[in-house]
Design a protein around this ligand. Sequence first.
Ligand SMILES: *[C@@H]1O[C@H](CO)[C@@H](O)[C@H](O)[C@H]1NC(C)=O
Ligand SMILES: *[C@@H]1O[C@H](CO)[C@@H](O)[C@H](O)[C@H]1NC(C)=O
Length: 345
Amino acid sequence: MGLLYFVSILAFWGVLLVKAEDAYKYYTWTVTYGRASPLGPSQQVILINGQFPGPRLDTVTNDNIILNLINKLDQPFLLTWNGIKQRKNCWQDGVLGTNCGIPPNSNFTYKFQTKDQIGSYTYFPSTLMHRAVGGFGALNVYARSVIPVPYAKPAGDFSLLIGDWYNTSHKALQQILDSGKPLPFPDGILINGQGRSIFNGDQGKTYMFRVSNIGLSTSFNFRIQDHKLKLVEVEGSHVLQNIYDSLDVHVGQTVTVLVTLDQSPHDYYIVASTRFTKTVLNVVALLRYTNSNGIAYGPIPAGPTGGVEWSMDQARSFRLTNNNNFGFNQLEPIKFSSQYKILVN
Ligand SMILES: *[C@@H]1O[C@H](CO)[C@@H](O)[C@H](O)[C@H]1NC(C)=O
Ligand SMILES: *[C@@H]1O[C@H](CO)[C@@H](O)[C@H](O)[C@H]1NC(C)=O
């Protein structure tokens, strides 16, 4: 009787332990060249599973990602998971030094865990100027349902991959750099690989916008006509939730804002414009109320007139809150550090 009792307890814990194991998610991604015309002229781009930009990788805290990457390019290819901590796992980070490029016509299986992380991140090719022509995408880590986050669940969330863009090939760009010249001024700026995206939402509801700078060299300012941006996360850390009219986002950085659709129902301009550049490049997308009864009108909202100082002051206003306990300890602000690098053209 005693033994049976003991065995049944063991069996019970065994089941619990198995149940408690973190989820495994399996992916097969094939990387190919394709063609797209993001700025008008048709050009070669890099596709993942036929998509430009690449597929959005939606994960949950502690997920185990098993991702088989098949390289069909004519060059070695490597993806890096920007912001994923890769604890004791640096050889999965996908940068030269810890990984070799995946040779053409072969594959490599990344295995990593989004251990104790939450937030908006990106992945992108880390070698050979590939990221200039695609292969990048959003990487979101959602909180587990038992973990509270310091804001109400939004009605939906959008990933906005914004970056400077060149209408030349990555090989041509590499030749320019190899010849000792600097990168030329970009030909344009894109949101999610295009010049005219539309984001739909219901009047009165609040949406999350995950805004990433996946460009090569240029900072941009992001704003939505007549709407306030409530900043809730920077680089995977929750922040004190200040309200902004516009936000500067520097290369490699991701900011997450909540936007309440509290205006009259029509379309509004979403704008990103280059910062610290003599010529200002703009890209305009639309925020469309689902009950919209009209097109966006009025002037495209102007960006800040302040320069680098303005941008530094804004970055200093992002007071990170201690994120280690995922919402349980949001009270301790930590000081802004030198995490942000501003690139001046
Ligand atoms: C390459 O892909 C095959 C399946 O398509 C898989 O069995 C193999 O483990 C992969 N190799 C590597 C190194 O990931
Ligand atoms: C690329 O864009 C530039 C503008 O920056 C333009 O002058 C040039 O004609 C474009 N190239 C092609 C091939 O269309």
